[in-house]
Design a protein around this ligand. Structure first.
Ligand code: NAD
Length: 497
């Protein structure tokens, strides 16, 4: 497909918009002629097509990653890291184009897309630095005349399967760690948002990352994942997406006993203590709920407010929510873009109907004001209880549910009443309450009095059905490293040792 006029005009560098897969350093068509159309969720217009690779072509990507691994792992670590830094510089230099591509395919407002490019790039820089610090250990020997220690080695080829809500950062958070460790990668982005991944490939090539180190395959998701998960030469799978698909992939990896990291769904509680200023807490809750139009694994899905300030909190929340603007993310002054597709809008409507039918009150959320079929107006429900879908399921939509609680023990029980365990928020200034609740929460990440919690230095990840492993931080690279223990025997005695 030729580039649309809008796109050609919108991009400074149209070569960043690629409609091919990227395998072994080559832009690749699908051999079988299958393809998928990608739509702008704001307008419903087609923005491009991507090929679906055939099973044999997915195996060719594995061949390429296998061949490239030999050289990439052997490269001096500082050379590997220099190339990652060059990639980082290119991501920064092309931030506007990357953000435009992201807004077109994902729908998020341009400022948010720019923020994601920065966020995604920051992982590349972080792991370019961390790659130099994959130290082994020296172990005091209990074996006579022997030296013992460990060496860290790359696991091999890593398959990276990613979602549509953060089309760039969910790739770099994995790929930069894997590549810094010396692994080669095969990325399978979500079919809704492939163009950010392909722009990353274009920039990786320009950064001097050798052919076969960073590959992007496109195709039928179940078919591609069955091949990658079942392939013995692929040594690690890192997946970000829904818990449903994560479970499937974990099963598919069992036969080849792969290293598996899973970043799955969240259903974050947002706990507001009785000592809080209701206005300050309500404004923070709005920020934590409505980013990416609620399509965020960190979204404040269950807002739990102490009964003594509940009514005031609801008033401020509704007021702040009413000020949010909804529209095409390419326009200025937009807070919420569209949902990713029509099914997401239908799911949001069903979740709201379910809650109302079970006794919740609809405070705001007039869907007749939606500026298009894929939009969902910010919605506020009060009186949310645990028998409602909104309590247990990720709404992945701008639907906020508020519940009043009586005391700390009750709110801890409510917060933990979910299969998920990714992130939780606490708003209170009472240090004893913070400590008690923070320790009792069954979540991988707890943010106290702050909406922002993520970034390269922190270990991102969940417990329970929210996943396995951590991304980012000093341990994120470990997902792609093996520890090799060595025992050097028969060394003879060394005086003084
Ligand atoms: P999804 O699970 O539907 O899709 C994720 C990826 O899996 C995509 O690449 C998709 O093409 C592929 N896929 C879909 N069905 C498949 C199947 N049957 N077999 C193999 N692969 C398949 O998730 P999504 O809708 O793209 O993303 C939203 C989900 O991602 C939410 O649950 C959200 O919480 C989660 N998420 C988690 C994090 C985190 O860091 N924990 C971050 C972002 C998103």
């Amino acid at each position: 497909m030729k580039l649309s006029k809008t796109l050609t005009k919108a991009l400074d560098d149209p070569r960043l918009f690629r409609q091919y897969a990227y395998v072994d350093g080559k832009w690749t068509h699908g051999d079988g002629g299958r393809e998928e159309t990608v739509f702008d969720p704001a307008t419903g217009e087609a923005i491009g097509h991507i090929p679906w690779l055939e099973p044999g072509q997915i195996l060719e990507a594995v061949d390429a990653a296998e061949a490239a691994f030999v050289h990439w792992r052997a490269l001096r670590v500082d050379e590997r890291c220099e190339r990652l830094l060059a990639w980082y510089d290119l991501l920064q230099a092309n931030r506007e184009d990357l953000a435009t591509i992201m807004t077109l395919e994902q729908g998020k407002p341009l400022p948010d897309a720019r923020g994601e490019v920065e966020y995604g790039a920051s992982f590349v820089r972080w792991f370019a630095e961390e790659g130099k610090r994959t130290f082994g250990e020296t172990i005091p020997s209990h074996i006579p005349n022997a030296a013992l220690g460990t060496i860290k080695e790359p696991v091999g080829i890593a398959a990276l399967i990613t979602p549509w809500n953060f089309p760039l950062a969910m790739i770099t958070r994995k790929a930069a760690a894997a590549m810094a460790a010396g692994c080669t990668v095969i990325v399978k982005p979500a079919g809704e948002t492939p163009f950010s991944a392909l722009a990353l490939a274009e920039l990786a090539e320009r950064a001097g990352i050798p052919a076969g180190v960073f590959n992007v395959v496109l195709g039928d998701p179940p078919e591609v994942s069955r091949i990658l998960c079942g392939e013995d030469r692929v040594k690690a799978l890192s997946f970000t997406g829904s818990t449903r698909v994560g479970r499937l992939l974990l099963e598919q990896c069992a036969n080849t006993v792969k290293r598996v990291s899973l970043e799955l769904g969240g259903n974050a509680p947002f706990i507001v203590g009785p000592d809080m200023d209701p206005r300050e807490a309500a404004f923070a809750a709005v920020a934590a709920k409505f980013q990416t139009a609620g399509q965020d694994c960190l979204a404040a899905d269950r807002i739990l407010v102490h009964e003594s300030i509940h009514d005031e909190f609801v008033g401020h929340f509704a007021e702040r929510m009413a000020a949010l603007t909804v529209g095409n993310g390419l326009e200025s002054e937009i807070d919420l873009g569209p949902l990713i597709h029509r099914q997401a809008v239908e799911k949001a409507a069903a979740i709201v109907d379910d809650a109302i039918s079970k006794g919740a009150t609809l405070v705001a959320g007039d869907q007749t004001l939606a500026p298009g079929p894929n939009f969902f107006m910010p919605t506020l429900l009060t009186g949310v209880t645990h028998d409602m879908k909104i309590w247990h399921e990720e709404s992945f939509a701008p639907v906020a549910g508020i519940t009043a609680y009586a005391d700390d023990d009750q709110v801890i029980e409510m917060a933990n009443d979910t299969e998920y365990g990714l992130a939780a928020y606490i708003y209170t200034h009472d240090i004893r309450r913070i400590w008690k609740i923070m320790r009792a929460l069954e979540f991988g990440m707890v943010s106290v009095n702050s909406v922002k919690m993520t970034g390269p230095p922190v270990p991102f990840g969940g417990v329970k059905h929210s996943g396995l492993g951590r991304e980012g931080g000093v341990t994120g690279i470990d997902e792609y490293l093996e520890t090799k223990y060595y025992c050097l025997g028969a060394l003879g005695s060394v005086s003084g040792s």
